[in-house]
Design a protein around this ligand. Sequence first.
Ligand SMILES: Cc1ncc(COP(=O)(O)O)c(C=O)c1O
Length: 379
Amino acid sequence: MTPDIYGYAYFQTSGFSPKLAPVVDEVVRWFSFHSQGPAIPEIAARMQELADVARAGVADVLNADSEEIMLGENATIGINVVANGIDWKSGDNLILSSHEHPGNRLVWYNIARLHDVELRFVEMTDDQDRMREQLTRLIDNRTRIVSISHVSRRTGVRVAARDLVRIAHERDVPLLYDGAQSVGAIPVDVRAIECDFYVFSGHKYLMASQGTGGMYIRKDRIDWLRPVWIGSRSQKDFDLQGNMELLDNARRFEFGTRNLPDQIGLGKALEIWKSVGWENVFDAIRRYTDRMKQRLEEIPRLVLETPLPYDRSSGIVTFRLPGHESGAVLQSLQENEKILGSSLEFDSEGIRLSTHVFNTEEHLERLVSGLQRILRTGR
Ligand SMILES: Cc1ncc(COP(=O)(O)O)c(C=O)c1O
């Protein structure tokens, strides 16, 4: 891919990334192949085989087992599978953070409404002692789950993942990490974190098709979830009298006709990143992000909302220019310098820029000169 897409400095990977050119080629190739006749046994078998390669690729990058991976269209599907798979009782509670995306928020608001469940919120902060303290204080014997971002979509703060799991598990409470902003940007090892569930999107840092993603479900949590989201292909066996046996693995939550070319494209993306070397990818994102923070700090009065230390942040940099409305700043940068960022419309006044390996020094120059222009001219 070229670093300038329609002339934009593309800092919107946290929303949707541009796609890797070989991934696009792969999707088109297998879409054409599949479309010849999806019911032809040789075609169907080949497509399934390649989609299973994608599943193995996801398992590999998360350090999970393929049997623990559910593939779907996005991160939010996994959150729904978990949220609706809990046997809620009136008076239960669940814990989110204050920075959650609507995908990890509305699902739970709905649960609260449907089942008379209390919502509790940890204030997301880069002070991990405070995070631990808050979680310890909020959890009680009616808490059924903690669902929180591994990396905040708002500030890019990276939580102390293992510590929060430990606190939840001490009270026998499962923990779901929303990894939409982490997978592909920072190392994720679900075995080391020991979380129960981990959802991710393919269309952000992995640079795979829109509408790819999935979830890791720790083996012992597969049967723990009530299977409210199943259908054809979820089964190991069934008869016409109402008996069925579900698959033992996370595929029980996948059903119906699937978009296999895009899943194969996800597998291709994972193969490419692996061949580049994940450490190289993570390191390039880290170096670029550090450099962006450094350059932004040169702008008078600019307030960085993202912590400086990279081990407490990720590939997201959020800032404000006091006295300037963020939406207007972003629009001005977009119109004049072709900087593409996000204004975080739901829950922040900040401007969010996300970085990836394709961002260049020239993008940073353009950003800095645009901000200086706004300070000089007032708009
Ligand atoms: C933290 C977070 N969670 C969930 C989502 C929703 O992801 P998806 O569209 O893959 O469900 C996003 C998307 O921006 C996100 O940033």
